[in-house]
Design a protein around this ligand. Structure first.
Ligand SMILES: [Zn+2]
Length: 275
């Protein structure tokens, strides 16, 4: 089963994931195998394609907990240990498709390339599935989850005074007017936790009730979007603000930032812009 045997919409999502891999690598946010991406492709899965794919499925692998609302759902996910720079060039061997079992407590894998599958989903799969389940239950338009290691945002969380949502968002909104327009809900902030654990998945999920992008202390970001580019734009916009902050500091001065009044004025503008 090769990429071009899926339907047009799914092929497009595979290409978009690969293209995002390129952006993340070019940004310098994807050292070695850092970062992971998933896309809910259930809406593009036709009965015909499902019938064609199911005989090629691997045996069932267990999940740490059940995701009943995702039972039978198909996702594109990046592979564990795979590099974003390789994903960009060769999505078939660096990402895969999974289907959550009918009971919701396991998954089967499908190759995007040749039938021999030598790849497993990202180790952050619990966090991705928890977020997708939340989005499905909410009936949200967002279908993609992106995790990456943006240097600028990680650096900000090395500064204790910015390790809370209020101070962090005040800083990021204050560095550039567009940040409020693009990320009006601000970033959720999650204190450091062990990556890949169910605890970090649960804590991240709670944050997505209020934000579309979450910053993990000293680690990186998680964002959701209708497509991978929308998720990327949220992280990129916040990263730009952080970059401006550090450039001012490197030039030897404390950036002034925008006042509370100006930030409030932008919030109003953003509400109109997004309405
Ligand atoms: Zn990470």
């Amino acid at each position: 089963m090769s990429v071009n045997t899926f339907n047009k919409e799914i092929n497009r999502r595979i290409s978009e994931v690969a293209e995002l891999g390129k952006y993340l690598w070019q940004k310098g946010w994807a050292e070695r195998n850092a970062g992971n991406i998933s896309v809910n492709i259930q809406e593009y899965m036709t009965d015909e394609l499902r019938e064609k794919l199911l005989p090629t499925a691997t045996s069932v692998l267990p999940l740490d907990r059940a995701y009943p609302s995702l039972a039978g759902f198909f996702f594109l996910v990046t592979g564990t240990g795979k590099r974003m720079r390789d994903l960009a060039l060769d999505p078939e061997h660096n990402s895969l498709m999974i289907r959550v079992t009918d009971a919701g407590d396991g998954y089967q894998m499908f190759s995007l390339g040749e039938l021999v599958l030598n790849i497993h989903p990202t180790s952050e799969l619990p966090t991705h599935l928890a977020i997708h389940e939340y989005l499905v239950l909410k009936g949200a338009k967002e279908k993609t989850v992106v995790h990456t290691h943006p240097n600028e945002l990680i650096s900000i969380t090395q500064i204790r005074k910015f390790c809370n949502e209020e101070a962090l968002n005040h800083l990021l909104w204050g560095m550039h007017p567009e940040t409020m327009v693009i990320v009006p809900d601000g970033a959720g902030f999650l204190p450091y936790m062990l990556p890949g654990s169910q605890d970090i998945a649960d804590a991240t999920l709670k944050k997505f009730a209020f934000h579309k992008v979450i910053i993990w202390e000293k680690h990186g970001s998680f964002a959701i979007g209708r497509d991978v580019f929308e998720a990327f734009d949220l992280i990129d916009t916040l990263a730009k603000s952080a970059q401006i902050y550090f450039q001012c500091k490197s030039a030897g001065f404390e950036p002034e930032g925008l006042s509370q009044e100006k930030i409030a004025e932008l919030k109003e503008l953003s509400a109109k812009f997004l309405a």
